[in-house]
Design a protein around this ligand. Structure first.
Ligand code: ADP
Length: 509
């Protein structure tokens, strides 16, 4: 690889001792093997000699006595504009008869690669007459890349919103960016050389010791949330990331810190917490109201129901009887809505009590199927597949299990308007009994299958088409959970749904 660092003594010797007489520096092994590119031209600019480093730099061997001014393929100004060969520093040194210093050029090799070079062309005189020139080419490409990288890094550090600070292992601040100035109020020149403790509240003085211990052992600290003090004494919540800084030999010499001001994050969190508390409070008022209202509604509804039933019985006129019957039906629906609301309130307050008894599940299923067929205006057929291999009796809250079955079957009818079959299946499996209710209706999108068991959840798009409160499945899953079981759904949109629940046959066991 071409060495781009020229020994200063060689360069200054060439530059400070104008070469007089015809002197060909490349005639010696020393010059030929110099790690720095050197070449010479005669007074007309024809290349007369060059060393190995020059060939490496140009990527080609120029023809002596034929190539003019410079051995490289093409040359450019530092801004990338082409530089005609006869205007290159070597040409100008020969034309003006004086050395040209410090003008950067870019040389391009035949393979297209480019190098940044500082040429040092020095004219050679013999008895006062110009006889040629010697040019030393210093390759500064790597240095430029390093400088560019450095500049990018500096720009990043400077434009960062996070404070970026470095310090020695003794806590002495060695660098401080603009964001650090804004965050802590200290200017760079007033804080460099000071101890980092200046930013640490006395109550947290131990923290720095722990941080330094961690850094000394090579461990970084990530997103450590703490508090620091600004110049005017304000305490700000921050998130701190500290990493060890190593020298060229890998030794840890200090630490770099990235400090993020998390004041607004904190405020947002506090606000969120406040909103959440308010929401919780309002939610509990709402629950309380639902509980109270449904409780208050239940008593008059029961009375109205009773009176209507008496009225129904006492009616002679068939037309009137029909009207009263319809009124009884509607009151029945209203009563069940109010009971559901009351149940929600009971679940919320932990007052949903089970009354266990031993009963025949198949018999209950039959009863429920009859209720559904009687009360529904649809023409669905309910097929029940009993498990004939097992005992029918289970121990559970009969009324609550009936409520679950009514809910699942009512939904199966409601959400399958274009089909006419519902399949119910009972399977006893050891200590568990599983009941499934399958319909061939609209189905439930995968993403909403878990949500439908939560309180008041209804599939939004369907709301205008199907009436309901979104509490039936919530209550059902709570009832099943209280029995020590689970309720779930398997469904494909457009194909239908199967709701399944599984409970222990004898919950006390
Ligand atoms: P409601 O039926 O009163 O809205 P539920 O709690 O019983 O309340 O059901 C919640 C939601 O689940 C319903 O709004 C409906 O979108 C969906 N759902 C329940 N059962 C079925 C079913 N068998 N087929 C399709 N969707 C159903």
């Amino acid at each position: 690889m071409l060495c781009h660092v020229m020994d200063k003594s060689i360069l200054s010797e060439i530059n400070s001792n104008p070469i007089h007489g015809i002197y060909n520096p490349l005639s010696t092994d020393l010059f030929n093997n110099l790690p720095v590119a050197i070449y010479s031209c005669d007074e007309q600019g024809y290349i007369t000699s060059y060393n190995k480093a020059a060939v490496k730099l140009w990527g080609r061997n120029p023809e002596t006595g034929k190539d003019l001014w410079c051995g490289s393929w093409k040359i450019f100004k530092p801004n990338g504009d082409p530089l005609p060969l006869d205007s290159c520093p070597m040409a100008r040194a020969l034309k003006e008869g004086k050395p040209i210093e410090g003008e950067e050029i870019i040389v391009q090799r035949p393979d297209g690669s480019r190098r940044n070079v500082i040429p040092h062309p020095v004219p050679v005189f013999s008895a006062g007459r110009l006889t040629g020139a010697v040019n030393t080419l210093i390759d500064i490409t790597e240095q430029k890349i390093g400088e560019e990288k450095q500049a990018i890094l500096a720009a990043i550090v400077d434009s960062s919103d996070d404070a970026i600070i470095s310090k020695t292992l003794d806590g002495i601040i060695t660098s401080w960016n603009r964001a650090a100035e804004n965050m802590f109020g200290y200017k760079e020149n007033e804080i460099l050389g000071k101890n980092i403790n200046i930013l640490i509240p006395p109550s947290r003085s131990q923290e720095e010791k722990t941080i330094i211990e961690s850094i000394r052992s090579g461990k970084a600290i990530n997103h450590f949330e703490t508090v620091r003090v600004t110049k005017n004494g304000d305490q700000i919540p921050i998130s701190l990331t500290v990493s060890p800084v190593r020298d060229n030999y890998g030794r840890i010499t200090g630490a770099s810190k990235i400090v993020r001001d998390i004041t607004s994050q904190h405020q947002a969190q506090q606000k969120m917490q406040l909103y959440y508390q308010q929401l919780e409070k309002m939610n509990s008022y709402k629950d309380e109201f639902i509980g109270m209202a449904s409780h208050e509604l239940k008593t008059p509804l029961t009375s109205v129901n009773l009176y209507l039933q008496m009225l129904e019985r006492s009616q002679e006129d068939e037309r009137n009887k029909k009207f009263v019957k319809q009124a009884v039906n509607q009151i029945g629906k209203l009563t069940s809505l109010v009971s559901d609301l009351l149940d929600v309130s009971k679940i919320q307050t932990g007052k949903l009590i089970l009354r266990l008894s031993n009963f025949d599940l198949d018999e209950l299923l039959n009863e429920v199927a009859v209720i559904i067929l009687e009360t529904s205006s649809s023409s669905h057929a309910i097929e029940i597949d009993y498990d004939l291999t097992a005992k029918k009796n289970i121990t559970a809250d009969r009324q609550r299990i009936e409520q679950v079955l009514i809910n699942l079957l009512t939904n199966a009818v409601k959400y399958s308007p274009y089909s006419d079959k519902i399949m119910v299946k009972v399977i006893h499996n050891g200590d568990l009994v599983r009941v499934s209710v399958k319909d061939f209706g609209i189905g439930i999108p995968q993403a909403q299958q878990d949500k439908i068991f939560t309180r008041f959840y209804r599939i939004e798009e369907l709301e205008p088409l199907y009436s309901g409160l979104g509490i039936g499945l919530y209550i059902s899953s709570e009832i099943i959970a209280r029995h020590g079981g689970k309720l779930w759904v398997e469904s494909r949109q457009g194909e239908g749904s199967t709701f399944l629940f599984e409970i222990p046959v004898f919950p006390d066991k």
